[in-house]
Design a protein around this ligand. Structure first.
Ligand code: ATP
Ligand code: MG
Length: 261
C-alpha cells in the first residue's frame, strides 16, 4: 500500500511517497503562487520518480500553510503535528524539534510517541526565518548553498545590532563597505538568527535530545550556530530535513489508511 504526504510551505512544496515504512520517493520544488498548482507539480514529480500514478496512492495527508489548497489530500494536519510525528519516527530519542522554514520558526516538544506536548513559534516577522537568510545572502551576492562553507571560514564574526530585515540589510552593506570579511559577516548573521531561535526554544524549556528540521537545517553554518546558541549537541537527521513535514504527513496518511487515525 502506497501512502503520501504533501507539505505546501511558504517558500517550498514537498511531497513524499512511502510504502511499508520506507520512503519510496520525494520531491522538493519552489512554491508556486497557487497552492493547488504547487501540490500537483510536486506530487507529480514524486509519483514519476516512483513510477506510480495518483490512483496507486491509498491516502494522502496535506500540511503546511497551503494545506487547504491540496486537491488530492484526504485530510490535513498542522505542520507542528507532522514535524513531531516524523522526528520521533526517524530519531526515537528526540524530544524537541526546531523547524526553521521560510516564513516561521517553531520549537516543538514531543513525547516518546511523537505527540506534541508544547510548542512555540514566531511568524510575526522575518528576522528568525529562512527568508531572512535568503535576503541577506542576496544582498551579499552569496549562494544560499554556500553559506555554510563561507561561515566555517570565519575568524572574527561580526556582531549584528539590527534584528529587522530592512535595517540588518543596511548594516550588512555597511560592514562590507567597511572592509569586514564575508565569512565573518555570514557567521555573525547565523549567530544572530540562532540566538533568536534559541530563545524561542528556551521559552518552552529545552530538552537534551533536540533535532533541527526545515530547509534552514541544510545550512551547516546555521546548524553549528544553533548548536552553540542552545549549548546542546543536535541530533542530525539522515533524511533531508526539508522533507520532514511531508514525511510526518505520509506517516499520518498510513495511520488513516489503516483505519487508526
Ligand atoms: N540548499 C540549501 N542551503 C541552505 N539553505 C537552504 C537550502 N535550501 C533551502 N534553504 C533554506 O530553507 C528555507 C526554506 O525552508 P523550508 O523549505 O522548510 O520552508 P517552507 O516550509 O516553505 O516555509 P514555512 O514552513 O515557514 O512555511 C529557505 O528560506 C532557505 O533559507
Ligand atoms: Mg515548512
Amino acid at each position: 500500500m502506497f501512502i503520501a504526504g504533501c507539505d505546501i510551505g511558504s517558500l517550498s512544496a514537498k511531497a513524499v511517497i512511502m510504502k511499508d515504512d520506507c520512503i519510496v520517493a520525494s520531491s522538493v520544488i519552489f512554491a508556486r503562487p497557487e497552492p493547488g498548482e504547487s501540490a500537483r507539480v510536486v506530487m507529480g514529480d514524486a509519483l514519476e520518480k516512483a513510477g506510480l500514478t495518483m490512483e496507486d496512492i491509498s491516502c494522502c495527508v496535506g500540511t503546511g500553510y497551503g494545506r487547504n489548497g491540496i486537491p488530492f489530500a484526504r485530510t490535513v494536519e498542522s505542520e507542528i503535528t507532522c514535524h513531531g510525528k516524523a522526528a520521533q519516527w526517524l530519531k526515537p530519542q528526540v524530544r524537541m524539534v526546531i523547524d526553521i522554514g521560510g516564513q516561521d520558526a517553531k520549537a516543538i516538544r514531543i513525547d516518546e510517541t511523537g505527540k506534541v506536548v508544547r510548542y512555540a513559534y514566531n511568524d510575526r516577522c522575518a528576522s528568525g526565518t529562512g527568508r531572512f537568510l535568503e535576503i541577506m545572502a542576496a544582498s551579499m551576492g552569496v549562494d544560499l548553498d554556500a553559506m555554510g562553507d563561507i561561515s566555517s571560514q570565519a575568524k572574527s564574526p561580526v556582531s549584528l545590532s539590527n534584528q529587522c530585515v530592512v535595517f540588518a540589510e543596511t548594516e550588512i552593506i555597511s560592514l562590507i563597505n567597511a572592509g569586514r570579511e564575508l565569512p565573518d559577516i555570514v557567521n555573525g548573521l547565523h549567530k544572530a538568527l540562532s540566538h533568536r531561535v534559541a530563545s524561542l526554544a528556551r521559552s518552552i524549556e529545552l530538552d537534551s535530545e533536540i533535532t533541527m528540521t526545515g530547509g534552514v537545517a541544510k545550512n551547516q553554518g546555521m546548524f553549528d550556530a544553533l548548536q552553540d546558541a542552545l549549548g546542546v549537541k543536535l541530533v542530525r537527521m539522515d533524511t533531508d530535513p526539508q522533507i520532514i513535514g511531508a514525511v510526518g504527513a505520509a506517516l499520518l496518511a498510513g495511520q488513516k489508511a489503516a483505519g487508526n487515525g
